[in-house]
Write a protein that binds this ligand. Structure first.
Ligand code: BG6
Length: 514
């Protein structure tokens, strides 16, 4: 008689010991600690690192903003944030106790030199009691107009320079400038104080697991790369749709708009990841070089070409699912005659040997029908349709990279339907992260904060990349800035303005409806 041993099923991805290496000691100083980003993203990400035991025991945070607050009050606020915004909302009491003892707060005006003297003393004191080894990572998440000032003041207070014994780094939140000239000016100001290798320009899309997986898909498999070029790819669509409106950020959107908020940074970085050449090595310099090359190869648009290559939109009010949704112009902080774009679509061409002639369509918008971020790579049809008489024309083969919320990859192809005769149907081969790995994907900020603490800038942008993407969008910004649009031009809950459909129609293409 044979017996079968019951196998214990262990999910290796759930084992906390999978992280054997802890990060180096670090004091994180967050400017803008009272803001939304700290509350929604940074503290939950740090707590999650603490829970996974990835932070050093010598880790501490000093939160900074103008509002006076005690350390205790700051810890209470951060506890609420973590409970509200951490993945499962479950706080591990013991971990939180240990972690929160390392949270401190300092109020001050960003332009007051006296404040930076106090900050220097506080950093030294915390380094001593929390054993952070003198390493400091500054995180600038204030209004961007303060970035230059804060960097200068940190320099003047002697806080910016590392030594052989300890390091100093600075993370700059987006937006990095509001056009090419201001991005260059900010860079020059930062460089007066910090060396390039100390500067980490964050673009949180690069930290998304699914965006990183594009590199694994392309370069860890032999089957896709031979097809990944102009011979076989007809078009690429990159969509970042959000169902929410501007959510109290009307003032910011008035200044920025969707093109600056999403396309100049996130979507162009995603496009660069899809289009880059195989890096020589998987390190910061090699991968950033390849991303930069793609961005520099984007065909520049003349002002006359802009209307055919870029479409702005702004949502109007709508009644959806029994409730009234306000239009953008009715949101708080918004000019009732606003010309700001809450939707932007653009066609880019990458003028290099791999991609010449292949359109990359990028679109993003607020108040679209659903939240979905995806990349759709459409392949060339079969050269000769053997089954042309056996049903409607076959849908094209599509490789869908789903960035969020249902993270995964699908390959769409044609199959014979199980009926008499040769009838074709589109079918899908699906990989789903949740089903395959059984874990929640780490938030981008978890990955990126850890990388910065470890000194790995691979997933951060470099000045040449930032500049090249401003160069790509600047003609659009200039033309849109001088045009009066008949806004609103799409209803809340719809897929955007008709002109965006026409933009693709001119190339014989249609937007996918995810
Ligand atoms: C931010 C934009 O950078 O990205 C927001 O400022 C946008 O307007 C957000 O909502 C989208 O990020 P995610 O990770 O939710 O897709």
């Amino acid at each position: 008689m044979t017996t079968t041993a019951t196998a214990t099923v262990v999910n290796p991805f759930l084992d906390p010991r999978r992280f054997e290496e802890r990060a180096p000691e670090c004091l994180l100083v967050i400017f803008g600690a009272n803001g939304d980003l700290t509350k929604r993203k940074l503290l939950p990400a740090l707590y999650s690192l603490a829970r996974e035991r990835r932070l050093s025991t010598g880790f501490a945070v000093i939160g900074i903003s103008r509002t006076p607050l005690s350390d205790e009050a700051f810890r209470d606020k951060m506890r609420e944030s973590v409970e509200q915004f951490s993945g499962d909302g479950q706080l591990d009491r013991e971990i939180w106790e240990g972690f929160s003892q390392g949270l401190f707060y300092e109020a001050g005006n960003f332009d007051d030199p006296g404040f930076y003297q106090r900050l220097a003393a506080r950093c030294a004191a915390v380094a001593e009691t929390r054993h952070t080894a003198g390493n400091v990572l500054f995180y600038l998440s204030t209004q961007p107009s303060y970035y230059g000032e804060i960097a200068q003041q940190l320099g003047a207070a002697g806080l910016a320079h590392g030594t052989e014994a300890f390091w100093r780094r600075i993370i700059i939140e987006k937006p990095f400038g509001r056009d090419l000239a201001s991005a260059r000016a900010l860079n020059a100001e930062l460089h007066q104080v910090f060396a390039e290798e100390q500067i980490y320009r964050i673009d949180h899309y690069l930290g998304k697991e699914t965006v990183q997986n594009i590199l694994a898909l392309r370069f860890a498999n032999g089957i896709f790369e031979p097809l990944w070029n102009r011979r076989y790819v007809r078009q690429v669509q990159i969509t970042a749709a959000e169902s929410i409106g501007v959510e109290g950020r009307g003032g910011y959107y008035e200044e920025s708009g969707a093109l600056r908020d999403m396309i100049q940074n996130h979507l162009l970085q995603v496009m660069a990841t899809v289009a880059l050449e195989p890096p020589a090595r998987f390190d910061a310099a090699s991968t950033r070089d390849e991303r930069a090359k793609v961005l520099r190869s984007i065909r520049p648009l003349s002002h006359d070409e802009v209307p055919a290559h870029a479409v702005p939109g702004q949502y109007g009010p709508a009644r959806l699912g029994g409730s009234d949704l306000p239009g953008y112009r009715q949101e708080s902080g918004v000019n009732p005659a606003s010309q700001a774009n809450t939707y932007a679509a653009a066609t880019f061409f990458i003028d290099n040997w791999r991609w010449a002639g292949v359109p990359f369509y990028l679109r993003t918008g607020k108040r679209l029908p659903k939240r979905v971020t995806e990349i759709a790579v459409e392949f060339a049809p079969a050269p000769h349709l053997l089954f042309a008489d056996h049903g409607p024309a076959a849908d094209p083969n599509l490789l869908l990279l789903r960035i969020q919320p249902e993270e995964g990859i699908s390959l769409k192809f044609q199959s014979k339907a199980p009926v008499a005769g040769m009838q074709l149907r589109g079918v899908s081969m699906d990989f789903n992260y949740g089903a395959s790995f059984g874990v929640r994907l780490p938030e981008a900020y978890v990955t990126l904060l850890l990388d910065a603490i470890q000194g790995d800038a691979t997933l951060y942008t470099r000045q040449d990349m930032v500049e090249a993407s401003w160069v790509a969008v600047e003609p659009i910004l200039e033309v849109w800035g001088n045009t009066k649009f008949a806004f609103p031009n799409y209803a809340a809950g719809s897929w955007g303005p008709a002109e965006a459909d026409e933009m693709l129609g001119r190339h014989g293409h249609r937007w996918r409806q995810p």
